[in-house]
Write a protein that binds this ligand. Structure first.
Ligand SMILES: *Cc1c(COP(=O)(O)O)cnc(C)c1O
Length: 412
């Protein structure tokens, strides 16, 4: 039997996370399916920003570094993220951007595993991951060799030459989920280390970095963690590497005693070495407040709802948008699918623009992928129904042909 809107409403009524949506500010009537690019605004952020700007920066000025523990914020935020990814509190720290953290940890891993010099990654990985590796290879010359293989060849390419395997856990375009435990075990079996990019995983999957024996990881603060545009990213290093690892960006905030003002660099113990310069306190405070939304939530519930939403979307597209040239571009099996659903259509860009005009925000990833992120904290099953309903109307009426939907803007 085809699903009805009432079936979706019933699913929402039984949803243990239904109450969480009220913790977000969302424009009335908008269906926001882009929380995998920029998470929605948690209500806790505005009062926190007000307090930090007015009372801390405005009134207490420099004393705030101590009195409001600004200096400890990267560690405290890291500990909140650690809980969501199955890591110990001291294994995660908030700092810099995902791109910069990739550089820091790839270089550190390479050094830990010298004289091996091969970094293995997959073709079609998120561009910044590959670009950062290319920059590292340019810098280090013959000390690095990049080996970029097709996704299905990764396991087979793990040889005793490989120093580091760098993979994005959930693929940004297809939503395909790598088996972290299996690939990490395979890497360890040949003596390679692993660096996981969790940009599309943290805050939406029940990650278990400790159990899965991941060595290093990075992730994004502004996607499912809802930290706001350009929010600080995070880095993870397993405790077993803390003593031996050396990160290459040796700024004063990663020094053992920044306020001793010594001439020589000495790394801070543990992961505080992962800090480089002065942390962006306003952004860090926004991320800190945003993470409180996760307090008391079970990540297993979050993952279950995410699978329910993406599964519902794919089923409704199949039932209601048949014959319009849309093809799934993500795995059908929910166990290897992340928090998003992707579709392929030759007019993907125009379709996404027409959907946005109809109040359904997804995004487009070249060359032909329509991408929809279902942030389980604030997207409802009824929203999925309404989104597919509007998609069907646009396909049937061919609204996407309108010239205003055809012009590519800078950010897609
Ligand atoms: C979003 C994303 C990033 C973002 O990197 P920035 O440094 O924040 O621009 C990195 N990697 C992946 C896989 C992403 O999806």
């Amino acid at each position: 039997m085809p699903l009805t809107r009432q079936d979706c409403v019933d699913l929402d009524a039984a949803d243990p996370l239904a109450g969480v949506r009220g913790m977000f500010e969302l424009p009335e009537g908008l269906i926001y399916l882009d929380g995998n690019s920029l998470g929605a605004l948690p209500r806790s952020v505005k009062p926190r920003m007000q307090a930090v700007v007015e009372h801390q920066w405005g009134a207490d000025l420099i004393a705030s570094w101590n009195n409001h523990d600004w200096i400890g914020l990267p560690v405290r935020v890291g500990a909140k993220i650690a809980r969501l990814i199955g890591a110990h509190a001291d294994e995660v720290i908030a700092a810099d951007s995902t791109s910069v953290n990739l550089f820091k940890l790839a270089a550190a891993a390479l050094r830990l595993n010298a004289p091996r010099r091969v970094i293995l990654s997959e073709a079609g990985n998120f561009p910044t991951d590959l670009y950062i590796l290319q920059g590292l290879a340019d810098l280090l010359g013959p000390a690095v060799e990049l080996r970029i293989v097709e996704p299905e060849q990764v396991a087979g390419a793990l040889t005793e030459e490989v120093a580091l395997l760098l993979l994005t856990h959930v693929h940004f375009r297809s939503g395909r989920l790598h088996d972290m435990a299996a690939l990490t075990a395979a890497a360890h079996a040949v003596g390679a280390l692993t660096l996981w990019d969790l940009s599309h995983s943290a805050g939406v999957l029940g990650l278990q970095l400790g159990r899965d024996r991941a060595d290093f990881a990075v992730g994004c603060g502004y996607k499912y963690l809802n930290g706001g545009p350009g929010a600080p990213a995070f880095l993870y290093a397993a405790r077993r590497h803390h003593d031996a690892m050396r990160l290459p960006l040796t700024g004063w905030m990663g020094h053992a005693a920044p306020f001793d003002f010594e001439d020589g660099y000495r790394p801070a113990p543990g992961l505080r070495q992962g800090l480089v310069g002065t942390p962006p306190i306003l952004s860090m405070a926004a991320l800190d407040a945003a993470l409180d939304v996760f307090e008391g939530l079970s990540m297993a519930d979050v993952r279950r709802k995410s699978q329910s939403l993406t599964g519902l979307f794919l089923r409704l597209v199949e039932e209601r948008c048949d014959g319009f040239g849309l093809d799934p571009a993500c795995p059908a099996d929910q166990d290897v699918r992340g928090g998003q659903a992707s579709l392929r259509h030759p007019e993907g860009y125009a379709l996404v623009q027409a959907l946005i005009a109809a109040g359904v925000v997804g995004d487009f990833r070249a060359p032909d992928v329509l991408r929809f992120g279902f942030a389980p904290l604030y997207v409802r099953h009824a929203d999925v129904w309404d989104a597919v309903d509007r998609l069907r109307e646009i396909l049937a009426a061919e609204t996407w042909r309108e010239p205003r939907f055809q012009t590519r803007r800078a950010v897609t």
